[in-house]
Ligand binder design. Structure first.
Ligand SMILES: *Cc1c(COP(=O)(O)O)cnc(C)c1O
Length: 232
C-alpha cells in the first residue's frame, strides 16, 4: 500500500513542520491514525510502517478489527473517539486503552464500573463542545469544570485531558480560535489542580492550527487512509 506509507510520512512531516513553527518538540505530539471505515489490512500496513495508535468511532466495527488484529494487541494502542451510547460502553471499557469522547458523567461512571480488574486505568478525555452548536456532542464549557472533577475522582479511569471537534473553518486563524478556547479550559483545569497532559485536537484539515495551539494528540483519518466510503 504505497499510498498509505507515503501519506503517513507526509502527515508526520506536517506535524513536525507545525511543531517547529510553534517552537515545540515534534515528539510531544502523538499521531492517532483514525481508521474508521477502513479494513484491518490497512491498520496492519500502517502498523508495519511504524504507526502505533489507532482511533475508531463505531463499537461494532471496531470490535471486528480488534478481533482480526489480536496478534498486534501488545503493540497497538486503541483509542475510542466516537459518540458512545451508555448501552455500548462495556466492550469499550474492556478492550480499549483510551476514550476521547466522554461527553457526560454517566458514560464515565459506566466505563469506570466496567473496566476489568487487572487492566491499567482507562485513559479518558472529556469532549468539549467549543463551537457551541446544538447538534454537536460534548459538554458545554460551563459544565467542564464540574464534569472534569467528577471524572477525575472515579477509580479505574485516568482523566488525561480534553478533546474537541471544532466546526470546519477555511483559514488557519479561524481554525485556531476554537483550539485556543479548548487549550484555555485545559490550562484552567490544570491551574485548578487536575493533573492533565492531553489536548486531543486537530484533524486532517486543521492539524497545523491545533499544533500551534498546543495539541498533544492529533486525530488524522483522511490524510492517511484516503476519503471514506460510508456506503457499506
Ligand atoms: C473521523 C474523525 C477524525 C478524522 O477526521 P479526518 O478529517 O478524516 O482526519 C478525527 N476525530 C474524530 C472524532 C473523528 O470522528
Amino acid at each position: 500500500m504505497p499510498d498509505l506509507i507515503h501519506n503517513l510520512d507526509a502527515v508526520r512531516e506536517r506535524i513536525a513542520f507545525a511543531a517547529r513553527a510553534a517552537g515545540r518538540d515534534p515528539r510531544s505530539i502523538t499521531l492517532l491514525a483514525v481508521s474508521k471505515t477502513f479494513p484491518s489490512e490497512d491498520i496492519r500496513a500502517a502498523h508495519l510502517a511504524g504507526q502505533r495508535a489507532f482511533g475508531e468511532n463505531y463499537v461494532q466495527e471496531a470490535l471486528t478489527k480488534l478481533d482480526a488484529l489480536t496478534d498486534l494487541r501488545d503493540s497497538i494502542e486503541w483509542h475510542f473517539i466516537g459518540p458512545l451510547q451508555s448501552n455500548k460502553t462495556r466492550p469499550v471499557a474492556e478492550r480499549f486503552d483510551w476514550v476521547h469522547s466522554v461527553d457526560r458523567l454517566k458514560i464515565a461512571q459506566r466505563l469506570a464500573e466496567q473496566r476489568p480488574e487487572g487492566l491499567p486505568p482507562l485513559n479518558v478525555c472529556i469532549q468539549v463542545n467549543v463551537s457551541g452548536e446544538a447538534s454537536k456532542s460534548g459538554v458545554t464549557p460551563s459544565e467542564v469544570t464540574d464534569v472534569a472533577h467528577a471524572v477525575a475522582a472515579l477509580p479505574t479511569l485516568r482523566l488525561r485531558g480534553l478533546m474537541a471537534i471544532p466546526e470546519p473553518a477555511a483559514d488557519i486563524d479561524a481554525q485556531r480560535t476554537p483550539h485556543r478556547a479548548l487549550r484555555e479550559w485545559f490550562d484552567r483545569l490544570r491551574a485548578d489542580g487536575l493533573a492533565l497532559d492531553t489536548l486531543s485536537m486537530g484533524m486532517s484539515g486543521d492539524l497545523e492550527a491545533a499544533v500551534l495551539e498546543g495539541a498533544t494528540i492529533v486525530r488524522i483519518g483522511t490524510a492517511i487512509f484516503g476519503a471514506r466510503d460510508y456506503s457499506n
